[in-house]
Design a protein around this ligand. Structure first.
Ligand SMILES: NC(=O)c1ccc[n+]([C@@H]2O[C@H](COP(=O)([O-])OP(=O)(O)OC[C@H]3O[C@@H](n4cnc5c(N)ncnc54)[C@H](O)[C@@H]3O)[C@@H](O)[C@H]2O)c1
Length: 337
């Protein structure tokens, strides 16, 4: 299915985008990446660009004419470009993520005009109603059907993701555009960035931070999902979903922030006291996906347990980084992009 397919990956220099590019290249796709490098890094795909396997265009897709030009002759679009950061960014910035409304709008509109076969969209667990995610004593698993009126998405970032999903469904119904949305849940893995919780914890363990800072009381629950699983699910969604259905890509493993931090310290061979920063943004208290629909529609199941994924990610991080560089990053990155 992918051999020789002409694929556009928007935001392809990002953490998830670059891992997706690797996997699509393995399957033989012909790839064009557009990224303005506002949060992506060219080094993530540099090898492929230098070897001529990937055509890279540095451009802001919101600028007039850019989306139309890059869409030419493309068969499948993976749309990952977004104004996005970690929890600190999503909570504290509304204007940047609001521009995703028209960024997504331009991409989908131009995809229709260019006769693209399929758009596969990087959505998010942030489309789920906030009010379902407040109680850590409840074993809640968010099901796709829980996204229904009255909507209660997570910040402007979540509303834009929701509007994009709905736009794709309408474009499928009325314009016959093939479409799929993947709701990613807190992704981690190699090339991850310190503004996301798991990489921030790894960074703190790496520099030996003591006391070790945790945002909130550490009781927040997440289903951190390894990037290889996310990439595999995204490609399957592009293969198997055509009607704009949105599907959760997330494990059902429930991990508390404090336990993840403890494990990161243990793997680093360090111990530290915890310092809870209760005024920092934490996001929802309890966010875990139900992945039954992905199992049914895609035959997808996450393969990587948190313990294993964390170790793999730490191996990458510890080999890749220098302590002085990370100490400086920790001052600035957590609420930035
Ligand atoms: N990381 C997660 O846990 C997570 C969870 C849910 C959804 N997502 C979504 O997955 C996608 C990839 O996220 P990520 O975490 O890998 O990194 P990211 O947020 O850095 O990815 C966004 C990419 O798009 C590029 N970009 C942003 N605005 C652009 C513009 N106007 N024109 C061109 N390029 C632009 C950035 O430089 C970056 O490479 C995003 O759409 C994000 O919203 C991520």
């Amino acid at each position: 299915m992918w051999n020789g397919k002409k694929v556009l990956v928007t935001g392809g220099a990002s953490f998830i985008g670059s891992n997706l590019v690797d996997a699509l290249l393995e399957r033989g796709a012909t790839i064009r990446v557009v990224d303005d490098l506002s949060s992506g890094r060219l080094e993530n795909i540099e090898e492929h660009v230098k070897s001529g396997k990937v055509r890279f265009i540095e451009a802001d897709l919101r600028e007039p004419g850019v989306a139309r030009a890059v869409m030419k002759d493309i068969q499948v679009v993976f749309h990952l470009a977004a104004d996005h950061g970690g929890r600190g960014y999503v909570d504290l910035h509304q204007a940047g993520p609001a521009s995703n409304l028209f960024l997504d709008g331009i991409i989908f509109w131009e995809a229709v005009k260019a006769g693209v076969e399929k758009v596969c969209y990087a959505s998010s667990g942030c489309v789920y109603p906030n009010h379902m995610q407040t109680d850590t004593t409840k074993e809640v698993y968010l099901r796709e059907a829980d996204v229904r009126p009255p909507h209660d998405a997570d910040n402007m970032y979540g509303w834009a993701k929701l509007m994009a999903e709905m736009t794709l469904q309408a474009y499928h119904r009325e314009f016959k555009l093939g479409a799929a949305s993947c709701r990613y849940f807190t992704v981690y893995g190699p090339r991850g960035v310190e503004n996301h919780a798991v990489i921030a914890m790894i960074a703190r363990a790496f520099v030996g931070q003591n006391p070790f800072e945790i945002w909130g009381d550490g009781q927040q629950i997440r289903n951190w999902t390894y990037v290889d699983d996310i990439v595999g699910g995204t490609i399957l969604a592009a293969e198997k979903i055509n009607d704009g259905t949105a599907v959760n890509l997330g494990t059902m493993e429930r991990v508390r922030v404090i336990d993840a931090a403890q494990l990161a310290l243990e793997y680093a061979g360090k111990s530290a006291d915890f310092k809870f920063l209760r005024n920092m943004p934490t996001g929802p208290a309890n966010r875990v996906a139900d992945n039954a629909l992905a199992r049914k529609l895609l035959g997808w199941e996450p393969q990587v347990k948190f313990r294993d994924g964390l170790r793999r990610t730490m191996d990458w991080y510890f080999a890749d980084r220098k302590p002085a560089q990370v100490k400086e990053l920790l001052e600035t990155m957590l609420t930035a992009r």
